[in-house]
Every structure is written in C-alpha cells, then in structure tokens.
Design a protein around this ligand. Structure first.
Ligand code: PGA
Length: 255
C-alpha cells in the first residue's frame, strides 16, 4: 500500500449541524493549506447519518464521507433503518460495519457479514471493525480475531479484497486514555494479514488495508503508523478536533 487511510468516526457527535460543518470545513481547509498530497493519505469522516447530506453539500472533495452503519436489507419495511443504496445516493463511499459499540447493542457476526456483502454490492467500501474485549496469556483473543475476520468476509471473493478495509480495534483501548503499544499493533497487523493469506490461499494481501483504532491521538499516531506498520487509523475523539486530526494526517502524509 502506498497511501495511508485516516478515518474519523464521529459517533453521536457533534450536537448540531453547524458544529459538524465547522469541524468538517476546518479539516478540509487545513488539508488545502498544508498541501496534503491525496496520493499519500486518504482522509475520511464518518459523521452521524443526518449530517452526511449537509457535509456533502459543502465538501470540496478533500475529505471523503463514510457512514457509521447501514442496514442489512436492500429495501422494505424496516422502521428507522437506512439502506445501502440510500447512502450511495448521498455520496457516501465508506461504511463502518461492526463497530464494537454496535456489537454491544446486538450486532452479530452474521449481520456484519450481510452488511459487508450489501455494501460491496452497492459499490461502497466496508470498514469492518474487529477486536477482542480482553486479552489472555493463552492467545484465545487471536481466535476471536480470526473468527470475526472470517465470518465478516464469508462470501467475499478474492477479487474484492481490494475493496475492503479492516479496522482492528481492541475494545479495551476504545475510549481509553492509552492506546495499544506500537509493537503489539505490529503483531496484530501481521496476524490479521496472515489470516487473510491463509483463507484466500494467496501469497500476499497487499490490497486489504488493516487499520488500527482505539485511543489514537497526535502523541501515538506516528509510532502506530511506523513501528506498528498500520495501513491507517480509525480515530474517535481526536477526529472531532480538527487540529489533532490534521496533525495526524500530516504525519501520515510524510511517511
Ligand atoms: P477513540 O475511538 O479514538 O475515541 O478511542 C475509536 C473508535 O471507537 O473507533
């Protein structure tokens, strides 16, 4: 991979459209000012569903838009849900699927898989979130990760691997003060790529970016991208701070 992918997950923030527009335009202006080369780093913001259209209307194309979820049916009577085609129609290119906060609300590996397949069919890129809740000395967490990856990708053809992003987010690091250390991130990047290589019986999985997420900030981002060899980052809190988010994109563009 010759470019890094920096994704902001705004979760249920900010509280109004005005603020969402302020942060978003702040990031876009910052990217223009810093002359960030889009070939070196891809910046993506995943706002709340209701902020997607107003942001898209003001977007200059420096930052791409993603959604934080999608429903697992194409259309029908599903009160309160949003179909893949609706997101595509709004100009969304990426969809976060299976975030641990949604898994806590009842998202299963099966629903994640259906969402992945439908997102791909709608020509958007799924950002599949995986991660263990706890670690143990016997490595049982590795089985958890392998299981989540393989179940999410059930039915995804080898040729589609370039259209999928995996975000490794240890659940214990999300919302925490300290991220996973870069050495351990590196181990997990290797492990996840090995799972893909074995499953798809291919020599390398260069085309599937594997991101790290969980307590990323400007003090640890550089190490996670370099020593940790993450293909990118999924950032929660610090993506709502235009300055921090830009700083992290700046590191990524200089690698
Ligand atoms: P955080 O969230 O960066 O605030 O820890 C990451 C995430 O939930 O994707």
């Amino acid at each position: 991979m010759n470019h890094k992918i920096i994704v902001g997950n705004w979760k249920m923030n900010p509280e109004n459209t005005k603020k969402a527009l302020e942060i978003f335009t702040g990031i876009e202006k910052g990217l223009t000012k810093a002359k960030i080369n889009p070939k070196k780093v891809k910046a993506i913001i995943c706002p709340s569903y209701i902020h997607i259209a107003p942001l898209k209307a003001k977007a200059k194309g420096k930052v791409l838009l993603g959604a934080q979820n999608v429903y697992f049916a194409e259309k029908g009577s599903y009160t309160g849900e949003v179909a893949p085609a609706m997101l595509k129609d709004l100009g969304v290119s990426y969809v976060i699927i299976g975030h641990s906060e949604r898994r806590k609300m009842g998202e299963t590996d099966e629903s994640v898989n259906k969402k992945v397949l439908l997102t791909l069919a709608s020509k958007m890129t799924p950002i599949i979130c995986i991660g263990e809740t706890t670690r143990d000395d016997d490595g049982a967490y590795l089985t958890v990760i392998k299981d989540q990856v393989l179940k999410a990708l059930n039915g995804v053809a080898k040729e589609k691997l370039g259209s999928v992003i995996i975000a490794y987010e240890p659940v214990w690091a999300i919302g925490a003060t300290v991220a996973m250390n870069a050495h351990d991130v590196h181990q997990m990047m290797i492990f996840i790529k090995k799972v893909l290589v074995d499953f798809y019986k291919t020599k390398t999985i260069g085309s599937t970016p594997v991101l790290y997420g969980g307590a990323v900030d400007p003090t640890n981002a550089h190490g996670i991208l370099t020593e940790g060899e993450a293909d990118g980052l999924l950032i929660g809190r610090q993506s709502l701070e235009a300055k921090s988010f830009l700083e992290i994109i700046g590191f990524a563009s200089n690698l």
